[in-house]
Ligand binder design. Sequence first.
Ligand code: DX5
Ligand code: ZN
Length: 232
Amino acid sequence: MKKQLKVSPSILSADYGNLESAAREADRAGGDAIHIDIMDGHYVHNFSFGIDVIPALKKATGIPLVAHLEIDNPDVFIADFADAGADMIVVQEDTCPNLPRTVQSICRCGTKAGIGINPDRGFDKLEANPEILKQIELLIVMAVYPGFGGQPFSPAALPKIEKAAAMREQFGADYDIGVDGAVKEATIPGIVGAGANYLIAGSSVFNDGNVKKNINTLRALAEKSLVKSYRV
Ligand code: DX5
Ligand code: ZN
């Protein structure tokens, strides 16, 4: 199944003193969605942004805002993020005791739903409740443990991307397959070759300040890798 390639800059690596201009720049540079990691200092050993960052960035950009909830107990905040204007809410499956209910409550808010899978976790909850697969728009294979930008890539993500693609086929679903963590020039051929089409990139987009050039480079490499993987 050929899915459109998407590059989503993660503002975790942007200059926090200039978030508005970082989001605007990512938009103008051709980013497909702004990825906003929400961290609670509990599920992960770090803090990042709160709910109010969503309406603030909404004023700066017209591309979708994706709230990636790296928090415990996300269920109690779903309505808040939806009301704040998140276009998509991504929950980590290991934080959801009843994943079908969580996905349903995201969808009921009129918001797109996504699920993130940590490096040490499998797809058991999804396989046990395959109806979820048709309700989500994005399945993120985490190539790092949530919490920080700039971590090394876990190669264990690659067979999981393949599995995510096989599940999509098997259950007639249509979600994008995302990778979050260490998406950069060195890892993109493998990631795209394995079947991911949605690239979430923090440090490789923002670290050196050349946002437009970086997005173009990542996208061009991904497109090239995509063509190659279809030839095989
Ligand atoms: C990690 C976050 C990622 C992070 C990735 O907790 O979910 O979105 O921004 O950063 P890089 O691209 O630097 O690995
Ligand atoms: Zn993220």
